[in-house]
Design a protein around this ligand. Structure first.
Ligand code: PRX
Length: 676
């Protein structure tokens, strides 16, 4: 608690000194075509009209049966939206578009190698491939409604095909980011009790064809050690008909999808009529403790919400070509590459590789070639593109009407480059603040109604009513003073629970401010997002960063405990502490401090071993900037590691008064080691 207070005060001070930026207004051209221009939407979605207002979102979908109740609060805070309603996500993303749009492109798949042709998959072809693969999953893999399946695949057209085939059967998919290690994949297989793993043999990254199948073998082996048996591994091929991995296929366990699916050519699977409250998927994310939590998202609430957000905030029309650069293995990709755009019958772009491969102009060539008019990316990519090719966008003939930024705070300078260089002064920008848990956006400007303000996400989107609370649960009303941002009301996109751990769900997100745990009234359950934020006089929110032990690296969440636990696996390590350090492209990077067990000498080999262990257990994304082997950790008298002091040293800041520590002398030793 002591540590947290100090951190919050600092953030509040930063916020006070943070200058407010000028507004940027949407053009009349943009407003003229926008999906949402009626400012009365905010009245329609006021708390007085809650929860009935959300019917407007649900009606964007096709239901087999309408709901009996808009919001059931009887199992608070596990809300049930559109209870009793029946629908299927795959039907909503595919079948319902066939009548008028079967020949329209659903997915443009862009391989990383520029000499390979772009694959344009129509809604009709998507329908055929999803049905055939669903038949394989049902009849060959024996999967049925309610089963979980783990998917560890790179960016490919086969990834959404796999997800939608699961959704068609009511199988709950759990997609693991392709760049995560076998060990991270195994953890998710175990937690979700998956007995089927879907993988791919290989994919391109920076011009290299990476062996991905090897991860499947290791993951299955690790899961088996923990008692979770995977009996089938289904392997897609990067080049259908050719195996591109040197890892052998295991007889009786591993199957090439492209071979087995031949038995299902022509199969058509009636979509399963799912209850609105049935889970659609799990998405694991980092939290305060070591174990990633499986965020369970619903079918009806989630799909309604992402469809509405895609329509109102992303301003997607069926004729748009929409490119979101995120990976489908993160929530952004689930909501805003797959489910939202496809539910609206748009064309969605999936790019296999690195945005700057083979050069800084690649992204803009893709935009030009495919006529992309809505572009969606994260500050980390914007910073990278700005650094290596600030003048590149001007060389290409593309025109965006709309651009999104997501995942971390964007510096006003970077925002302005995005607006003028990438958007060519023609595109509106939405800075969307949300989380894996929330399914879709929480704060953003509605692009056709509200002006933009660089560095601020904006007000709550229609229906979202944020509030900033202090540690006592009182509202912070003074503009520019930071506190904990919470959402006062439930919304349909919110996850339902943590898979298999309802108590952790309630504690983490509602424990802090719920005064009456018995209450069935949603007003008693403000949702704690875990971010510090300020509200300015115009009602715009500025997100400052996490209040818990989570580091945001390139817009992705890594738990400090997760990284620390990974390093503790190394024999020589006694204690480990991770702190975030500022990085000009990634936003933040983990810096790792380690003390060794008695009898071990610090060496480069040990540091390397620790770094490798982290990459192996989590993935390269968690690789520390540096492993500092220190003689001892700075500690309080009660033995708590002072991460705040280490953070100040890593960021060349002021360590403050350390005389109350148990070992103040070690601070200077570490400072000299790190800062020279
Ligand atoms: O700290 C906030 C930051 O990213 C966290 C959520 O991370 P994740 O669940 O991985 O989802 C990322 C994509 C939605 C938040 O708690 N964050 C996300 N968007 C923004 C942001 N911080 C500032 N501005 C944003 N637009």
């Amino acid at each position: 608690m002591g540590d947290k207070k100090i951190q919050e005060t600092t953030e509040a001070q930063i916020a006070v000194h943070w200058q407010e930026e000028e507004y940027y207004y949407p053009s009349t051209k943009f407003i003229g075509q926008a999906n949402l221009t009626d400012p009365e939407v905010f009245d329609r979605f006021s708390l007085d009209n809650f929860p009935q207002c959300y019917v407007e979102f649900a009606e964007m979908l096709t239901w087999y049966k309408y709901w009996d109740e808009v919001l059931d609060t009887s199992d608070a805070p596990c809300w049930k939206w559109f209870k009793g309603g029946k629908l299927n996500a795959s039907y909503n993303c595919i079948d319902r578009h066939l009548k008028d749009n079967k020949n329209k492109t659903a997915i443009h798949f862009v391989p990383e190698l520029e000499e390979e042709r772009v694959d344009h998959i129509t809604y009709q072809e998507l329908y055929v491939r999803v049905n055939e693969f669903a038949a394989l999953l049902r009849d060959f893999a024996g999967l049925k409604r309610g089963d979980r399946v783990t998917i560890h695949m790179p960016m490919s057209a086969e990834l959404p095909i796999t997800m939608l085939a699961c959704a068609r059967l009511g199988v709950i998919h759990s997609v693991v980011f392709g760049g995560f290690s076998a060990s991270a994949c195994a953890d998710r297989i175990i937690d979700s009790n998956s007995r089927v793993l879907i993988s791919m043999d290989a994919y391109y990254r920076s011009g290299n064809l990476l062996n991905h199948k090897v991860n499947a073998d290791e993951a299955v082996e690790l899961a088996a050690k923990e008692g979770q048996v995977v009996d089938k591994v289904l392997v897609w091929q990067r080049y259908p008909g050719k195996y591109s991995s040197e890892t052998p296929m295991v007889d009786g366990r591993d199957y090439f999808v492209n071979e087995v699916v031949k038995d299902y050519y022509g199969s058509r699977i009636e979509p399963e009529q799912m209850l609105s409250e049935d889970p659609l998927f799990l998405m694991y994310t980092s939290g305060t403790t070591g174990k990633p939590k499986g965020c369970q998202h619903s079918t009806g609430g989630y799909l309604s919400y992402v469809t509405a957000m895609s329509k109102y905030i992303q301003d997607i029309h069926p004729e748009d070509v929409y490119w979101c650069m995120a990976d489908i293995g993160w929530i952004t990709g689930h909501s805003f590459i797959v489910y939202g755009p496809l539910a609206l019958c748009a064309s969605t772009v999936i790019y296999e590789g690195v945005p700057t491969y083979p050069d800084a102009g690649r992204s803009w060539r893709i935009a030009q070639e495919l006529d992309v008019n809505i572009f969606h990316t994260a500050p980390t990519a914007i910073r990278a593109l700005r650094k290596i090719g600030p003048d590149e966008p001007a060389k290409y003939e593309y025109h965006f009407k709309h651009m999104t930024t997501v995942g971390e705070p964007i510096e006003p300078e970077v925002w302005k480059w995005y607006e003028s260089a990438v958007g060519k002064g023609e595109a509106i920008i939405v800075d969307t603040w949300w989380q894996t848990e929330t399914g879709g956006f929480l704060c953003s400007t509605v692009p056709g109604i509200k002006p933009m303000k660089p560095g601020s996400a904006g007000p709550g989107v229609p229906g979202i009513h944020p509030i900033i609370l202090d540690d006592n649960g009182d509202e912070v009303t003074q503009p520019g003073i930071a506190g904990n941002i919470c959402i006062q009301n439930p919304w349909p996109g919110c996850f339902q629970t943590i898979w298999g751990d309802r108590d952790r769900f309630v504690d983490t997100y509602f424990g802090r401010y719920c005064k009456n745990p018995e209450s069935k009234d949603w007003r008693d359950w403000p949702y704690l997002a875990g971010d510090a934020a300020t509200k300015s006089a115009d009602g715009y929110y500025r997100i400052l960063g996490r209040i818990d032990d989570v580091i945001n690296v390139s817009g992705h969440r890594l738990g400090t405990k997760e990284i620390e636990s990974a390093s503790l696996v190394v024999e020589e390590v006694a204690e480990a502490a991770v702190v975030p350090v500022a990085h000009d492209i990634k936003g933040k990077e983990p810096d790792l401090y380690v003390s060794l067990k008695p009898g071990y000498e610090a060496s480069d080999e040990i540091a390397q071993k620790i770094s490798d262990a982290i990459c192996e257990q989590i993935g390269k994304i968690a690789k520390p900037r540096k492993v500092w082997l220190v003689p001892d950790m700075p500690k309080t008298r009660s033995g708590k590691i002072m991460r705040r002091v280490l953070g100040a040293i890593s960021n060349k800041g002021d360590v403050g008064n350390v005389m109350t520590l148990a070992n103040p002398e070690v601070v200077e030793t570490i400072r000299t080691m790190v800062q020279g």
